[in-house]
Structure formats: C-alpha cells, structure tokens
Design a protein around this ligand. Structure first.
Ligand code: SF4
Length: 706
C-alpha cells in the first residue's frame, strides 16, 4: 500500500490517549516523516500537549510491532498461518454460525475498547445487539467509568456529565476525589494550575491515600484510608448542613431525598468519621468550609471512586455534595467525572456496554428496544443485559461462553485477577483478536487474528469527557493489509448475511448513528461530518441551529421522571475484601505519568521510558522497616491469587498500611511478575460491575534471587 495521497502538509486530529481529548496538528514532510504539535485553536488544550501527546507520532511511524496480515489456525495444536482476509473472515463466520446455531446467540461475545472510534462502536453494537441477538458486547470502559455512568443515571436521571472544561476557569473550589489529574489528565490539570495563577483564592481539596503531584498542590489533602470515601463525603455533608452552607431553595424545589440523606449523615459525628478515614477532624471541617464559602464548586473524580466494590455509592455520595449546595447547572459548578479512555463517552452514546442501548435509551424498556429494532431493521433486541467485562471471562471459564472476539484491548494485563482470565482464554473454544500490535498477550490464544488500523490511519469521531465530539482525520495509510475496525466488522456482518452493513463511508456510519439520537437527550441529528470539520468540535446536545451545549441543567430540570435530582442516602460500608493478619497491607493500583494503559503504544517511545522505566512497589518506610526492606530492594508481593516481584520504592507520600503498584506492565519475556493484576481481586460493584482495583489484601517481603 502507498501513502494515501494526502502527500505532505498538516492535518488536524485528536489525541488518542486520555479522555481530555486534546486537539493535535500532525505535520507530514515530503519523506512521510510525521511530527505533532498541540492545536492552538482547539478549545480543550489551546496548543498544549502532555508528554504522551507530544510523542504520538513515534507510535505511528514505528511499525516494528505491527500486525500486517490476517492469520488463522484450524485447530489449537497448530501454529497460526498468514491467510487472506476472505479466508480469515469465512472461518470466523463459519465458527460463529455453528456456535450460535448449537448453543444460541449468548454463546459468543465481543470485548472491545474505549479507544474505539464512535463509528466502530456503533457498528459493533448494531451487529451484536441487533443481529447476533444478544447483548454480549462490553468494553474496557467497564473497568474505567461504569460506576460514574450508573451514579449519573441514579442521581441526574441520565448518564450526563453536566459541566465543561471552561468551568475550571469559573470556579473557586475544586474537590478532586480519588484522582491524580496532574499525571493522568495533565492538560486539565494545567488548566487548573493556570486558573489558580489567575485567582490565588481558588481552593483545591484532594482526597487520596497517596500524596500525589495533584495532592501536593492542594490546600487540603485528605489522605484517607482506602475505602472510606463515603464516610468522608458524608462527614463533609454533615458539616455543610450544620453550618447552613446548603442551598435550601434548590433542595426544596429541585431535589428528592434530602431528609433521608440528612438523617444518614448525622449518624456519625465528624470526629468518628475522621477516625474511620484516618484524617484529622480539622481537615474535614476545613474542606467543608472551603466548599461552603465558595461561589462555584466543582467535584472531579476518576478511578479512586469508580474502581471499587462500592463505586456507585462513592460516586453518589460525592454528587450529593453538589446537590445539597445547589452547585450544579451554573458556571464553575457541578460533578465532573474525568474519563480515562479517549472515547468512553462516545461509546456510551451508541450504547456501547452490555446493559445500554444507543442514545441513552433504556435496554429494560420495551418501547426503546422496539424503536431501535425498527430503526436497524434488525431482529428482536434482547432485554437481558449481556456479560460485562469480568462476567465474560468468568463465563468462558465456566464453559457458558464458547467464543470471544477481543478488539483493541489487552485484557491479560488489564483485567483483575488476571491469571484467572488467562485460564478462561485457554478454555475458550474460539478466540478472535482484532489488534494493531503483536504485543498483547491475548495473541497467544487467538485462533484468528485480524490486523487493525490504529490512530491516524483511519477517520472517525470521538467524544471527550466534557461531551465534546471531534473529528479525527486519516493521516497515513495503515501498514500491510490492516483495516479500520469498522470495516472489519462490516465485512464480517455482511458475510454473516446481515443487512444494513453496506456503508459506503465512515461518514455514512456516523450519519446513521446521529439519526438514531434524534429526539433524545443527546440529539446530534444535525451534526454532519461537514459541520464537525468546519467547527472542529461540538458539545452535545445540539440545538436546531447546530450549536452545542456547554452546560446541562441550567434550567434545573433533571432527566428523572419528577425532573428533580435524587439525593441518595447511601450506606458508608466498604465491601472490599478484608485485610488479615497474614495479608495486612492494602494494595492499590494505578497509572504513572508517561505510560498509557498496557503500554502497547507508549511503551514504543524511548523518551517516555525516561520518566519511570520499570514497575515498582511504593511502600511507606515504616512498613518497609517492619519487613527489613530498604530502598531498591527486590520485594515479593503476594496473596492467594498470585505474586509480583519488583523493586521497592520507599516513600512517606503513601499512607502507612497501603502499597501501590503501577498497572501498566504485563509479561516481559514470559516473566509475568511485573503484572499488578496478578494480585487484584475479582469483586465488582453490584450495580456497575466495575472491578475493585483499588483495594486488595497483600503481604510484602524481601526477595533474594536463589
Ligand atoms: Fe493526550 Fe490526554 Fe495528554 Fe491531552 S492530556 S495530550 S488527551 S494524553
């Protein structure tokens, strides 16, 4: 294949890493060499890029790890061979048809990625929900923001992020709960820093068991014990109520549930709460005072709240603080979940999880199912939610699920209790892996491999954390015979004999998706590729003049049946596993600044390894001393699920009794002892089904090589 005829010049696109969604300009010289810079005209980043964004072009130019051709094997004892697209697709169609005929549509499942473009997500959902006939399609966004999705629905009536990034410049108080945006959403954090440079009165509260770079910048750092977030949020709520720092008129006219909430938060004194959270009572009162005296109040959160056995309750208890103070639907105020994945929001728009329908329609509602079925001209859509991410691998393990199609994600690094997930893939009758890179561990188990195009090699759209849809240009051709994900899925669907997948272009797919949003809360029916290209980006929903919406709920009307927001009086128990005499430490996992997820892209860039090159265990010096561990010692972290062996990094910045492992590393030359998810547990939140990555019981000891 030749370059696509764009020749040299510059094209605009969007960064493919985090949910901030920064605008990027890619320059291509006469030799095809790429370089990138931040798009100065983009409203998100205004020309800025973080270290990952600045090095995007290397990930595209380096083709050394790419999959170039389809491969397949006829049985598990054989090596895969290069085959044609037709052979690989025909074999997949034949196996899927046989399994569906013999075991029903629920015997196959698709596991995709929050990095998929909206068009890819749309085709995948249409294929599975409309035509295969089950809801067995989930993505790694389940591991990232499904608790926030559930909490938004329960409190605001729909999965609707009410705020925009510009609110950072309009607020005077930000509560960052369980997040480290200075490392994980750097451009948002740069905007926070700039806002405080302009307005030194801007107060920042951070709750985190680790003193991260974000926490170091805070006016109050609430270094809580993992799992005590709800107790903390309730205590702040209590102080606000007692001080009269609530919006009684907003509560009376626009919410439900305040009385029960008020009773609930009065059940513990602030002193008791402080003891449970292991922070000072003074610091809780100080945080509440900042909130109570602010003119605008933003809550920001990510995985510290979401990735928990009580993730939904943690989210609800934080959103409550916005609701009791009336800090929502006005500039500088509102709850703001920071999405980890670049297009987790776009995926939600098309119903890209096992329990959703397109355009925020309700899978449990028969009318909604029938509407989508008629629109797609498909078979009946099942009312039964499909397997979620972890359920899928459990079902493979139990033999209920026979085949899985893994698309653009690396579950053998990213799923909790990952050795169990690996056993599940070994047991699967048929595994399809649709991937750009040869690196993911899943390839070892693949019966069929589809080579996929990656960022800059295909066009499409993504939606960032503030509901902003942007268009991504195709800049170079994909190498070898790699194809865009949407095209692979359409070819498969057509070979399955399904109608409605003969799209002529990505614009056609996008147009169909937009038409399906008509009349819903995310209506973008009038937003064509041409409008998007001209405007560069638009926040949904759009009005009849094609203008986007910066903030939701400015009219104080919520999407609940009563139009009131719901204040939930949630229990404050933590349902994580318990530490024991033998497993006394709490393991929490997370990201480091310069790596992204399982490093299939950022791991290719040598500059990004300069920050932190290897996996490590962060441990408090007191915990280390009790175990005779010194800085740089090799240590073994264990529990009943597995072992990790890395060097110790002693730090007073982590809470005593808590240890931290970065989540990025997988197997290196058959050594999987860097993989944090060997140790994480398979508990999930009962509503969102998001795993409890932030709380696993472990023990650590020094390790000497035999
Ligand atoms: Fe990309 Fe996120 Fe960095 Fe922006 S902040 S450049 S979207 S990784």
């Amino acid at each position: 294949k030749k370059e696509n005829g764009n020749g040299f010049g510059s094209l605009k696109t969007t960064c493919c890493y985090c949910g901030v969604g920064c605008g990027v300009v890619v320059h291509k010289d006469r030799n095809g060499k790429l370089s990138v810079e931040g798009d100065k005209d983009h409203p998100v980043n205004k020309g800025m890029l973080c270290s990952k964004g600045m090095n995007l072009h290397y990930t595209v130019m380096d083709k050394s790890d790419r999959l170039f051709y389809p491969e397949m094997r006829l049985n598990k004892s054989l090596q895969r061979q290069r085959v044609s697209w037709n052979e690989a697709l025909d074999r997949t169609v034949s196996v899927f048809k046989t399994l569906i005929e013999k075991f029903g549509p629920e015997s196959v499942a698709f596991y995709a990625s929050g990095q998929c473009l909206t068009e890819e997500y749309y085709v995948l959902n249409k294929l599975v929900k409309g035509f295969i006939g089950s809801n067995n399609v989930d993505t790694n966004s389940r591991l990232c923001m499904s608790s926030a999705v559930a909490a938004y629905k329960m409190s605001l009536g729909e999965d609707s992020v009410p705020v925009c990034y510009d609110d950072i410049e309009h607020t005077d108080c930000i509560f960052v709960a369980g997040a480290n945006p200075a490392w994980c959403h750097p451009i948002i954090w740069r905007r926070v820093e700039a806002a405080r440079e302009k307005n030194p009165a801007l107060k920042i509260i951070v709750s985190d068991p680790r003193k991260t770079q974000t926490a170091s910048y805070a006016n109050v750092h609430l270094q809580i014990k993992p799992g005590t977030d709800i107790v903390l949020h309730h205590a702040i709520g209590r102080v606000l109520i007692e001080a009269g720092d609530i919006d009684a008129s907003f509560i009376k006219n626009h919410t439900e549930g305040f009385e029960a909430y008020s009773k609930k938060v009065m059940q513990r004194t602030v002193a008791e709460a402080a003891k449970i959270c292991d922070v000072s009572e003074q610091s809780i009162r100080e945080a509440a005072t900042y909130i109570g005296s602010a003119k605008g109040f933003l809550t920001m959160w990510t995985m510290g709240l979401n990735q928990s056995a009580v993730g939904v309750n943690k989210n609800l208890s934080l959103i409550n603080l916005n609701l009791i103070t009336g800090y929502i639907g006005k500039p500088g105020s509102g709850p703001f979940s920071l999405t980890g994945q670049p297009n987790a929001m776009g995926g939600r728009e098309v119903g890209g999880l096992a329990n959703l329908l397109p355009a925020h329609r309700n899978l449990a509602n028969e009318e909604d199912r029938k509407y989508v079925q008629a629109f797609w001209k498909s078979g009946a859509i099942s009312a039964k939610p499909g397997y979620t991410a972890t359920e899928m691998f459990d079902a493979l393990h139990e033999g209920k699920l026979k085949a899985v199609w893994i698309m653009g994600t690396n579950p053998l690094v990213s799923l909790p209790d990952v050795r169990k997930a690996e056993e599940a893939l070994k047991k699967a009758k048929f595994v399809v892996v649709q991937e750009a890179s040869i690196k993911p561990e899943t390839l070892k188990y693949a019966d069929v491999v589809f080579p996929a195009a990656t960022w800059a090699e295909k066009e499409g759209t993504m939606t960032n954390a503030e509901r902003r849809i942007t268009y991504l240009n195709k800049i170079v051709d994909a190498p070898g015979e790699a194809l865009p994900d949407a095209e692979i899925l359409c070819r498969f669907a057509q070979k399955m004999g399904f109608e409605g997948f003969d799209f002529k272009s990505f614009a056609d797919i996008y147009k169909e998706h937009c038409a399906l949003t008509k009349g819903t809360s995310i209506d973008i029916n009038a937003l064509s590729y041409d409008v998007l290209k001209a405007k560069r980006s638009v926040q949904w929903p759009i009005n009849e003049r094609g203008e986007g919406t910066q903030r939701l709920f400015t009219d104080k009307k919520f999407y609940t049946p009563s139009k009131r927001a719901i204040i939930h009086a949630v229990d404050d128990d933590n349902l994580s596993e318990s530490t024991t005499k033998y497993l006394p430490l709490i393991l929490t996992t997370g990201r480091i600044r310069d790596q992204w997820h399982t490093m299939t892209k950022t791991g290719k860039v040598s500059k990004l390894k300069q920050h932190i090159a290897n996996a490590f265990l962060e441990i408090h010096p007191d915990d280390a001393a009790e175990r005779s561990i010194a800085e740089g010692n090799l240590v073994e972290i264990t529990n009943g699920r597995g072992t990790v062996r890395v060097k110790a990094k002693l730090s007073t910045e982590i809470k005593k009794g808590v240890v931290f492992l970065p989540m990025h590393w997988g197997k290196i030359l058959n050594n999987d002892l860097n993989r944090a998810n060997n140790l994480t547990n398979n508990l999930v939140d009962p509503i969102s089904k998001e795993p409890d990555f932030k709380f696993s019981a472990v023990e650590v000891k020094g390790y000497k090589k035999p």
